[in-house]
Write a protein that binds this ligand. Structure first.
Ligand SMILES: *[C@@H]1O[C@H](CO)[C@@H](O)[C@H](O)[C@H]1NC(C)=O
Ligand SMILES: *[C@@H]1O[C@H](CO)[C@@H](O)[C@H](O)[C@H]1NC(C)=O
Ligand SMILES: *[C@@H]1O[C@H](CO)[C@@H](O)[C@H](O)[C@H]1NC(C)=O
Ligand SMILES: *[C@@H]1O[C@H](CO)[C@@H](O)[C@H](O)[C@H]1NC(C)=O
Ligand SMILES: *[C@@H]1O[C@H](CO)[C@@H](O)[C@H](O)[C@H]1NC(C)=O
Ligand SMILES: *[C@@H]1O[C@H](CO)[C@@H](O)[C@H](O)[C@H]1NC(C)=O
Ligand SMILES: *[C@@H]1O[C@H](CO)[C@@H](O)[C@H](O)[C@H]1NC(C)=O
Ligand SMILES: *[C@@H]1O[C@H](CO)[C@@H](O)[C@H](O)[C@H]1NC(C)=O
Ligand SMILES: *[C@@H]1O[C@H](CO)[C@@H](O)[C@H](O)[C@H]1NC(C)=O
Ligand SMILES: *[C@@H]1O[C@H](CO)[C@@H](O)[C@H](O)[C@H]1NC(C)=O
Length: 365
């Protein structure tokens, strides 16, 4: 009889006894939560205890570690003067399901130093592990998405087929191309084609340098890869982080720190704007982080470089799961806008040989 009672009680206990997990926020003046994550059951509580400085416990998303999640939980700022304060403030999160809960400190600079926490993160073999989350917070340095301009709609753009006759000292040819209002007339660079250099990953940042250039027909644009593992892929204005069908793709080129990687050239065939991005998504979408470029963007119109950049960055917040897979697309513009998808057609006259109209793709190590 006694034996039966104990067995029944043991069977019931695991289902009903919730655990309360204590987590120190900023112990020893370090920018950490300790432990850095907990694996909790539904019904458990996580009790955050705030140490000196002025920290928060604020829910975020995996994709934007340092940005408060709309509707997520937050402790607000908890200033603490000294560890000998009689009662350190605390904040409790109740675990309602088994999904990961991502947390950061909102104090300026703290999240970018890696001050993040998780409840039920996937294990270390996952690309959404706690370590990946923390690496992302540090890589984005706390800034990502917080300063993003709101992007709602892209103004419509009128497209047309244009024809132009272009001459230089020795030749004349006719070019037919898809364009939109404001696109400059095709011109041949005075003095012949020039080479424009774009650095892929300038200063170790997720940027092209320069990111926004103007080039004449026949000019060469040479992309030089620096450290990290970047790529250069042509896209369209309305879908900054999605490859353009038939666009160029220079591939991924891992380059060691402080060394210069390969260079690849493309030839500018016409003055229709060329849009592009880096397709790296690990540990974060480089495109969503603003690693995009334009050639011949029409700065006087709505589809200018700044608008393109904003659309790219919006992919990170408007759809974090998409952004992480690198296939994010912002909402397609309404109206008559036609993505830059139809590659311009160029009909060469008698001087076709004057231009090597191809992605050169020659590695110049
Ligand atoms: C705590 O930090 C917040 C945000 O930086 C600030 O507004 C607040 O004044 C700080 N509180 C104290 C007591 O320093
Ligand atoms: C769990 O549910 C409670 C009650 O609805 C809510 O107050 C709490 O914020 C939820 N926890 C999380 C982490 O969302
Ligand atoms: C990271 O952000 C802090 C401000 O939060 C800034 O002072 C620091 O220069 C940034 N570091 C890098 C490498 O951008
Ligand atoms: C581009 O780089 C090459 C060397 O790689 C240099 O000769 C050329 O002047 C550079 N062009 C510009 C516009 O900076
Ligand atoms: C470079 O990045 C690509 C795409 O994420 C990946 O497939 C490749 O393995 C990476 N290369 C190295 C050496 O990290
Ligand atoms: C790259 O250069 C920077 C600055 O000169 C230096 O701090 C860093 O240690 C170097 N990294 C490698 C891997 O050599
Ligand atoms: C892009 O380049 C144009 C022309 O050089 C310049 O006027 C414009 O400010 C640049 N836009 C951005 C966002 O850098
Ligand atoms: C994000 O992308 C997923 C998968 O493509 C889709 O199901 C979801 O509706 C998208 N969410 C938003 C807000 O666009
Ligand atoms: C993680 O990997 C899966 C499948 O390999 C992929 O679909 C997903 O986009 C990746 N997520 C991140 C954050 O890299
Ligand atoms: C220029 O034209 C050639 C031949 O049609 C094409 O292969 C190449 O991709 C074009 N260059 C660009 C930048 O679109």
């Amino acid at each position: 009889m006694m034996h039966f009672t104990i067995a029944a009680a043991l069977a019931v206990i695991p289902a009903t006894l919730a655990t309360s997990w204590d987590v120190s926020v900023g112990p020893n003046s370090e920018f950490i939560y300790y432990p850095e994550y907990v694996l909790a059951e539904v019904g458990d509580t996580v009790n955050f205890i705030f140490h000196p400085k002025n920290h928060t416990v604020t829910q975020s998303s995996f994709a934007a570690p340092c940005v408060p999640l709309p509707g997520g939980v937050s402790s607000g700022f908890q200033p603490v003067a000294s560890d000998s304060d009689p009662e350190l403030p605390n904040f409790v999160i109740t675990v309602n399901d088994t999904n990961p809960i991502w947390v950061h400190c909102e104090q300026t600079g703290h999240c970018g130093k890696g001050m993040v926490f998780a409840i039920n993160p996937p294990d270390a073999s996952s690309n959404t592990s706690f370590a990946a989350f923390q690496a992302l917070a540090i890589e984005l340095n706390g800034t990502q998405a917080s300063a993003l301009p709101p992007v709602t709609t892209v103004p419509p753009q009128s497209w047309a087929v244009a024809t132009a006759t272009v001459s230089d000292a020795s030749s004349t040819w006719v070019s037919t191309y898809t364009s939109y209002v404001g696109t400059p007339e095709p011109t041949y660079a005075a003095g012949g084609p020039v080479t424009h250099n774009i650095t892929v990953g300038i200063n170790g940042q997720l940027s092209f340098g320069p990111a926004n250039i103007t080039a004449a027909i026949g000019d060469i644009v040479e992309f030089t890869f620096l450290a990290k593992n970047h790529s250069v892929v042509q896209s369209s204005f309305s879908e900054p982080c999605t490859p353009l069908a038939d666009g160029f793709n220079l591939g991924f080129h891992p380059v060691a720190a402080n060394t210069t990687g390969p260079s690849f050239s493309i030839t500018v065939n016409n003055t229709t704007p060329i849009w592009g991005y880096c397709a790296q998504t690990s540990p974060v979408s480089h495109c969503g982080s603003g690693m995009v470029f334009s050639i011949n963007a029409v700065e006087s119109g709505p589809n200018n470089f700044a608008a393109f950049l904003a659309l790219a960055e919006a992919t990170l917040t408007t759809n974090s799961s998409d952004a992480l897979s690198g296939t994010a697309s912002a909402s397609t513009p309404s109206g008559t806008g036609k993505p830059n998808g139809a590659l311009p057609k160029i009909n060469m006259g008698n001087t076709a040989a004057a231009f090597a109209l191809a992605v050169v793709g020659a590695a110049l190590f």
